[in-house]
Design a protein around this ligand. Structure first.
Ligand SMILES: Nc1ncnc2c1ncn2[C@@H]1O[C@H](COP(=O)(O)OP(=O)(O)OP(=O)(O)O)[C@@H](O)[C@H]1O
Ligand SMILES: [Mg+2]
Length: 232
């Protein structure tokens, strides 16, 4: 029996309007693909072709101009993420959909340990279990214990990225969106990310990932979506 689709993107389009320039910018157009449960779709394409925009539309950070993003939720059934309201999106982000962004500018005034801990408490784990898991995840991603009770604002780029991975992957989301999660990492840290991705795959997480380094994706992805470059 073939696996059901967890995500169906149909004819997705996103334009941006720059009010200060009174100008429209094309983000993405005619994007369609499907992802089966437990699969790992890689998205490749030139810089500026719209890879991050697709991921942000799925996560609800961008509202698509048109098209559909059907997601098979475990809690809410089949929903169209292109149409959904912020409350449902927030519930999905808390419980089902994880996102590791390409850039990490905004960091809340919460210590790194609490950042990971809160994600687990939100999932309903009891405090002791959540504390143990948070510590385990921070260690796995090489966040030194001296940094656990500091605000991540002052962390290096790689530390921020590893913290973001630690807090997102620890939740074992049903659907994980990865936007170049290894871009600023050294080889050892990249290997840790790879290890975690393999673990998540075994546990049944479906993933969509953008990776600059195609070698890194080898043996991980089950399918690949190629973006066209921008025609000017
Ligand atoms: N918030 C925004 N406002 C205006 N334009 C945007 C916005 N986000 C993306 N764009 C534009 O949409 C296009 C696609 O951007 P996107 O970030 O998705 O590309 P990408 O494929 O992820 O590129 P890269 O490989 O460099 O990360 C670009 O032309 C970009 O300038
Ligand atoms: Mg991008």
């Amino acid at each position: 029996m073939s696996q059901p689709f967890i995500l169906e993107v149909q004819d997705l389009k996103k334009d941006f309007f720059l009010y200060h320039l009174n100008k429209e910018i094309k983000g993405i157009d005619q994007i369609s693909f499907q992802v089966k449960e437990r699969d790992f779709l890689g998205i490749v394409g030139p810089s500026g072709s719209g890879k991050s925009t697709i991921i942000k539309c799925i996560y609800g950070a961008y509202k698509p101009t048109s098209g559909h993003i059907y997601y098979q939720s475990s809690d809410f059934g089949r929903v169209d993420l292109a149409q959904e309201d912020e409350r449902l999106m927030m519930a999905l982000r808390r419980g089902e959909i994880g996102y590791v962004s390409q850039f990490l500018d905004i960091m809340p005034r919460v210590t790194s340990f609490d950042l990971v801990l809160h994600e687990l408490l939100n999932l309903g784990l009891d405090r002791q279990e959540a504390q143990d898991k948070a510590a385990e995840s921070l260690k796995h991603f090489g966040i030194a214990e001296g940094l656990w009770y500091q605000y991540p604002r002052t962390f290096s780029g790689g530390e921020k990225l590893r913290l973001n991975l630690a807090r997102t992957l620890v939740k074992q989301p049903r659907l994980l969106l990865l936007d170049e999660p290894t871009a600023s990492l050294d080889q050892a840290s990249k290997e840790k990310v790879r290890e975690s991705i393999i673990q998540l795959k075994v546990m049944g997480t479906t993933m969509i990932g953008i990776f600059h380094d195609l070698e890194f994706m080898e043996g991980l992805i089950t399918d690949c979506y190629h973006m066209r470059g921008k025609e000017e």
